[in-house]
Design a protein around this ligand. Structure first.
Ligand SMILES: Nc1nc2c(ncn2[C@@H]2O[C@H](COP(=O)(O)OP(=O)(O)OP(=O)(O)O)[C@@H](O)[C@H]2O)c(=O)[nH]1
Ligand SMILES: [Mg+2]
Length: 358
């Protein structure tokens, strides 16, 4: 699962990337980032941590997300100013928006205005998509002289009647309704404005608690494919360097329940409709990432292909139920361990043990 961090110059992208992934890329007030950094972040999950405390395994493996830190977009720089090759391949976008004041670091547009910046960046994505779609339509028009296949004709209709008009009205494609077949048809184009997006408002240190209510309205500014989180990058940086006890105290003083970074990570995960199921034991307590709606046999395949091939049954229990009874054996004895077949749809937070035979 890959997410591209993008935004205007000096919004705090690399600062955020460093904290998310415990990296140490240079950040600086004056010179612009030149290249894309890539690193993996662990998704914090209190449920999995509780299971770790119960099993005390040798290995603890949370779910992960991969972040790409893309150099800042130069406004009006056109598609060239985006690292398009990298951005097209990611599953979703994280737009870091500057909402902090710093007299030493003037905003390229002369003032701090997050809503304007959200629109500016959306517009860059829309322009990049527009170019791709127009080019494709030109090519289709050329081959139309020799006659289009059914498939090509359908593609042309979709691009011409739905996609192009939306882009021309400066509407991001994530906001238009498409059927499953249309969505599949478009996927190959890897259009940027169709990707789910998480908006991260990087606010001033003193506003991180004050701004919470707006933050909770996570659907603000769009449907299910766009969400918002508020952070203060320097505060998150500070938090990440504290011990767990100090963290608790610091967060309480600020009136926060958890580091905002945890919420960025979880939102990244949820943005893509991903859920986690767990495997437990003395050897390993581990999270596995699947799409919502995945059936037991396919879920088993994420652990190992043999488990899908030789799938017999899955023993399933909710994570909190397992904590309550204390072990898989106790769950079996008490009749709370369910036996599910290959068509069973695995739910978020379930502990799964696959019985298989190859
Ligand atoms: N005061 C303040 N400074 C910040 C904040 N976030 C980042 N900075 C500073 O802003 C400068 C730029 O931060 P970066 O993380 O490099 O920004 P960037 O978006 O990656 O910049 P480019 O990649 O060059 O576009 C650094 O000096 C940071 O320390 C913030 O919330 N408040
Ligand atoms: Mg940077």
């Amino acid at each position: 699962m890959q997410l591209g961090i993008l935004g205007l110059a000096k919004a705090g992208k690399t600062t955020l990337f460093n904290i998310l992934t415990s990296s140490r890329q240079d950040t600086d007030k004056f010179s612009a980032s030149q290249k894309t950094h890539i690193a993996v972040a662990k998704v914090p999950d209190p449920r999995l941590a509780r299971l770790r405390d119960l099993f005390e395994p040798r290995r603890y493996v949370p779910a992960t997300v991969e972040y790409y830190d893309i150099p800042g977009i130069q406004k009006g720089g056109g598609p060239q100013s985006l690292d398009l090759a990298q951005l097209r391949t990611v599953d979703a976008l994280v737009h870091v928006v500057r909402a902090f004041e710093d007299p030493e670091l003037p905003h390229p547009d002369g003032s701090v205005d997050p809503e304007r910046d959200v629109e500016t960046v959306d517009l860059e994505l829309i322009l990049a998509d527009h170019e791709v779609v127009e080019r494709r339509l030109e090519r289709l028009a050329k081959s139309a002289k020799g006659g289009l296949s059914d498939d090509e004709a359908r593609e042309q209709k979709l691009l011409r009647e739905t996609v192009l008009p939306a882009l021309e009205q400066e509407k991001p494609l994530r906001d238009i309704e498409l059927g499953p077949e249309e969505e599949k048809r478009l996927r190959g184009f890897q259009l940027l404005s169709s990707k789910p997006i998480l908006i991260v408002l990087n606010v001033s240190e003193d506003r991180v608690a004050a701004d919470r209510p707006a933050d909770l309205d996570s659907s603000a500014g769009g449907g299910g494919s766009s969400r918002r989180v508020i952070v203060s990058a320097p505060i998150e940086d500070e938090i990440s360097q504290l011990s767990p006890e100090e963290q608790q105290e610091f967060l309480q003083d600020l009136g926060l329940e958890e580091p905002s970074l945890d919420r960025v990570l979880r939102a990244s995960f949820e943005l893509l409709g991903r859920i986690a199921f767990f495997t437990v034991g003395e050897d390993e307590v581990r999270a596995w990432t699947i799409r919502r709606g995945t059936r037991a046999r396919e879920a088993a395949g994420t652990i190992h292909s043999d488990l899908a091939r030789g799938f017999i049954r899955a023993e399933v229990i909710a994570w909190d139920e397992l904590l309550r009874v204390g072990s898989m054996a106790a769950a079996r004895d008490q009749g709370v361990l369910r036996l599910e077949g290959k068509e069973y749809v695995v739910a978020d937070g379930e502990v799964v043990h696959v019985r298989f035979n190859v």
